[in-house]
Write a protein that binds this ligand. Structure first.
Ligand code: KIV
Length: 272
C-alpha cells in the first residue's frame, strides 16, 4: 500500500527495487479470471500466463502445440482480474523464433489485445536480438534459462540443466546477455542451486527460480501443481500446498449423491 492507502501496482521498477532491498519476489501461473483474481487478492507479485497452459489446461503432452490465439484468449481474463499483480504473457513456441519482426509483432499482441504488462520468452544468446527489439518498443521482457520446455526434444527430456562446467558457463553468459539486452528478470528452471546462486549474484536483474533453489531472488510455481489440481505428474521442485484434486472430487461425488438421492436442491436453493 502507498502512503495514501492505494494499492501499489507491481511494475518492473517495483521488481527491480525488490531485488535491491533483498525482498523475495512471488510469481504463480493463472489461465483464467477466477484463479487470477484469487492470486491477486492473496497478494502475488507477478501472474504468469504460462504456456504450461498447454499441459495443465488444454491437455497436450508438451507446450509445443500452444498457439498465440490460445495465449491471447487466456491472457485477456487474467489481465481483467489483476488489479495489483504484474501480468506476464508467455510467448508460445514459434511465436518469436522465426524472425525478430514476428517476435515484436506477437509481443505487441500480448500488450494490445490481451492487456499484459510484459512477455516472457525462452532462451539466451539466440533470443538477445528479439529481446532488444521488444524492449526498445517499450515492452518488458522476462527471460527463461535452464530447462526451457519448448526445447524439450533438443534437451532430451525434462532434466536439470547446467550440471557440466561448459553448460554452466554458457548459462551464466546467457544471463548476462539477457540482462544486457534489457530483460527485467530471468526465470531459472531446473538449475543446480549453486549455479542459480552464482547467476543471481552476477546480474543486477532478479532471478525467479522454479527448481532453482533458495538463492534466487524470487520463486514461481505452476498454480495447478502447487494446489494439487494437476495430477498427471509432479516434478521434484513442486511443493503441494494443498490437495484440491481430492477435495474437489469429494465435493463432486457429494453433489452426484445428493442429486441422485433427491437431497439437492433443498428449499433454500428453490424459488416459491
Ligand atoms: O509456462 C510456464 O508456466 C512457465 C513457468 C514454469 C516458469 O514457463
Amino acid at each position: 500500500m502507498s502512503k495514501e492507502g492505494k494499492m501499489n501496482k507491481v511494475t518492473t521498477s517495483v521488481i527491480a527495487e525488490m531485488k535491491r532491498k533483498g525482498e523475495r519476489i512471488t510469481m504463480l501461473t493463472a489461465y483464467d479470471y477466477s484463479t487470477a483474481a484469487l492470486l491477486d487478492e492473496a497478494g502475488v507479485d507477478i501472474i504468469l500466463v504460462g504456456d504450461s497452459l498447454g499441459m495443465v489446461v488444454l491437455g497436450y503432452d508438451s507446450t509445443l502445440p500452444v498457439t498465440m490465439e490460445d495465449m491471447i484468449h487466456h491472457t485477456k481474463p487474467v489481465s481483467r482480474a489483476a488489479s495489483r499483480a504484474m501480468v506476464i504473457g508467455d510467448m508460445p513456441f514459434m511465436s518469436y523464433q522465426v524472425s525478430v519482426e514476428e517476435a515484436l509483432r506477437n509481443a505487441g499482441r500480448f500488450m494490445k489485445e490481451a492487456g499484459a504488462h510484459g512477455i516472457k520468452l525462452e532462451g539466451g544468446m539466440e533470443v538477445a536480438e528479439a529481446t532488444r527489439r521488444i524492449v526498445s518498443a517499450g515492452i518488458p521482457v522476462m527471460g527463461h534459462l535452464g530447462l526451457t520446455p519448448q526445447s524439450v526434444h533438443q534437451l532430451g527430456g525434462y532434466k536439470v540443466q547446467g550440471r557440466e562446467d561448459e553448460a554452466a558457463r554458457r548459462m551464466l553468459e546467457d544471463s548476462k546477455i539477457l540482462e544486457e539486452a534489457g530483460a527485467f528478470s530471468i526465470v531459472l528452471e531446473c538449475v543446480p542451486t549453486g549455479l542459480a546462486e552464482e547467476i543471481t549474484n552476477s546480474i543486477e536483474i532478479p532471478t525467479i527460480g522454479i527448481g532453482g533453489g533458495i538463492h534466487c531472488d524470487g520463486q514461481v510455481l505452476v498454480t495447478n501443481d502447487m494446489l494439487g489440481i494437476f495430477e498427471k505428474f509432479t516434478p521434484k521442485f513442486v511443493k503441494k500446498y494443498t490437495d484440491l484434486n481430492v477435495s474437489m472430487k469429494e465435493a463432486v461425488r457429494q453433489y452426484l449423491d445428493e442429486v441422485r438421492n433427491g437431497v439437492f436442491p433443498g428449499e433454500e436453493h428453490s424459488f416459491f
